[in-house]
Design a protein around this ligand. Structure first.
Ligand SMILES: [Zn+2]
Length: 567
């Protein structure tokens, strides 16, 4: 039986619904039938909606609020059927719009209703007056670009769909929230809307977390592409001396020979080594970097070439070395000069025969590894002194590349500084305005004994000490302004203090100072050793040379004074 609504009917009488409201203030509860309700103020809900819109965008927020209304519509359709069991279809249906009014959401004026529960036919047209959502648009959100009565619309869809037993979709054909004269809604079965599918998607929860995972994945793949690109372009620089190095590297990468990287500490040898690897045909194989100075001499063989179970006390299980792990790829041996004589012999065999034996093993293993070695000392000199095998030196020295110090390519400093600024902005989630002109000019005239690594430390310190949207001053970079005429041996330590490699003043004055201050000889020795270790980047051999001692002599004293833990 089709029912057509005429607006003359006494639609405003819904006492039966009003009677369902009970205030149970002493219990802290308000009831509507069997549903617990809340009295909330509109402004707080408005502020909440603004926050949702701002943090996830209007489209996603719309989905949230449509679903909020939807749930409430389903509940009320159930209630309407219970409360008006013997009424006409139309009277039962009208409980929905009436409940909307009763709850203070909106005043609903039915304009046209055709419904038949048996056949499932439905058409409805309503005007919404004083929608709460239009009101918060005015106070909180400002005018929207499309209809804004989201919760109301979700309610209408759910209520009617539940009532009719089929999917009915309402659309707001005009809305005051987006500048129209009236809020008018129109509802009909989903099939009669051409874009029903798209609209219905709003009613499915759409967890943002999936999208975040997708984005994360994209980010990771972009990052690795970027790393590859950086590797291909050998780090950062445009200066002539750096370009010359890049051309050399380009040639070296294509071949199969060993490459020897020469240059001061901190010039970026590992970055260059990785570039060689990434530009070679081994790019898909592993790249293993080893700092030979960081591994205790008695462990270096096992670390590089592997060890068999029981080879020595503590070797509880067989383990592959770095060379085996680098099979099919490239190994980068930094500070190769620190290798023990036995490790030098094994390395020579790997280079000549492509095979090795693990420590304590007599099985020969084949390895296919390209070796890139690096040193900041003269290998030739080490050969003369008998510290380094001559035959190994010739093997490694097939393709030597000298990497310029930062002071010799100082025009690259602004680029490098920019690169590190970006890196530390990301790392510390900050955004400074970069170096001040004075700070930059100080950097341009400084000697940079620690090279690019020192620059990196200085920029990191600057970013840490500078607030967002402020310029990094020279004070943030350097604790004491560096002397910019070229003084050898000065550097900046981890705390950002300028350190001079030599004691200040003449020999007479510093000994007088110490004697006058009551410092003991042990303390002097300990301070000197710590200073030397720091300058040598914790490399014992290098520190020993600074102090004019042999390596074993210094190692003994370091252990005795507790500077170096027993290994
Ligand atoms: Zn509206």
């Amino acid at each position: 039986m089709a029912v057509s609504y005429k607006p003359q009917l006494n639609y405003t009488d819904f006492k039966d619904l009003t009677e369902q409201i009970h205030f149970q203030s002493s219990e802290g509860k308000i009831w509507f039938g069997e549903q617990r309700m809340l009295l909330m103020n509109l402004t707080s809900l408005g502020a909440f909606r603004r926050e949702i819109v701002n943090s996830m965008g209007a489209e996603r927020a719309k989905g949230f609020f449509l679903r909020l209304g939807y749930l409430s519509g389903l509940k009320d359709a159930e209630l309407a059927r219970k409360l008006r069991p013997h009424c006409s279809e139309l009277d039962i249906f009208l409980a929905g719009p009436q409940l909307h009014s009763l709850k203070g959401m909106v005043k609903v004026i039915p304009l046209e209703i055709d419904l038949d529960q048996e056949t499932g036919d439905f058409y409805g047209r309503f005007e919404w007056i004083d929608s709460w959502e239009v009101e918060i648009c005015k106070t909180e959100l400002g005018q929207m670009s499309e209809p804004a009565c989201w919760v109301l619309l979700g309610y209408a869809c759910a209520y009617t769909s539940s009532f009719m037993g089929r999917e009915i979709i309402f659309r707001e054909v005009s809305c005051r929230g987006c500048g129209d004269e009236k809020c008018i809604i129109e509802g009909k079965p989903a099939e009669e809307w051409p874009d029903a599918k798209e609209f219905s998607r709003h009613f499915k929860a759409d967890p943002i977390i999936e999208e975040l995972y997708d984005l994360q994945e994209q980010l990771n793949s972009l990052r690795s592409t970027l790393q590859r690109q950086q590797g291909q372009y050998y780090g950062i620089g445009q200066s002539a001396s750096y370009n010359r190095v890049c051309k050399m590297i380009d040639k070296a990468a294509q071949g199969k020979v060993s490459v020897l990287l020469l240059g001061e500490t901190g010039v970026g040898k590992e970055v260059i080594a990785k570039s060689v690897h990434l530009r070679s045909e081994r790019a898909d194989g592993p790249f293993i970097a080893v700092n030979c100075a960081a591994i205790p001499p008695d462990l270096i063989e096992a670390e590089l070439f592997g060890v068999e179970k029981g080879a020595y006390t503590g070797a509880n299980q067989a383990r592959e070395g770095r060379f085996e792990r680098a099979h099919g790829g490239t190994i980068f041996l930094d500070e190769v000069i620190e290798l023990t004589p036995r490790a030098q012999a094994t390395l020579l065999r790997v280079l000549q025969e492509g095979e090795l034996e693990r420590v304590g093993d007599n099985r020969t293993r084949k390895v296919n590894v390209r070796v890139i070695a690096a040193t900041n000392e003269s290998l030739e000199q080490a050969v003369e002194q008998g510290r380094f095998r001559a035959d190994l030196f010739y093997r490694l020295n097939v393709f030597p590349v000298q990497i310029p110090a930062l002071r010799d390519r100082i025009e690259d400093l602004p680029l490098l500084a920019g690169h590190f600024l970006e890196k530390f902005h990301a790392q510390y989630e900050k955004r400074t305005l970069g170096l001040s002109d004075k700070a930059l000019s100080l950097c341009m005239s400084y000697h940079w004994p620690g090279n690019i690594r020192e620059l990196e430390n200085v920029i990191e310190r600057g970013v840490i000490l500078t607030d967002n949207n402020e310029t990094i001053s020279q004070d943030a970079l350097f604790v004491t302004p560096p002397a910019t005429d070229k003084q050898p041996g000065e550097r900046i330590d981890e705390e950002g203090n300028m350190r001079s490699g030599r004691p200040e003043g003449g020999t007479g004055s510093w000994s007088d100072t110490i004697l006058g201050s009551g410092i003991s000889l042990d303390e002097v020795e300990e301070t000197l050793m710590r200073q030397a270790m720091e300058q040598a980047n914790q490399n014992v051999s290098k520190a020993a040379r600074l102090l004019g001692l042999t390596r074993p002599a210094l190692a003994y004293r370091l252990k005795k004074s507790g500077i170096l833990a027993e290994s």
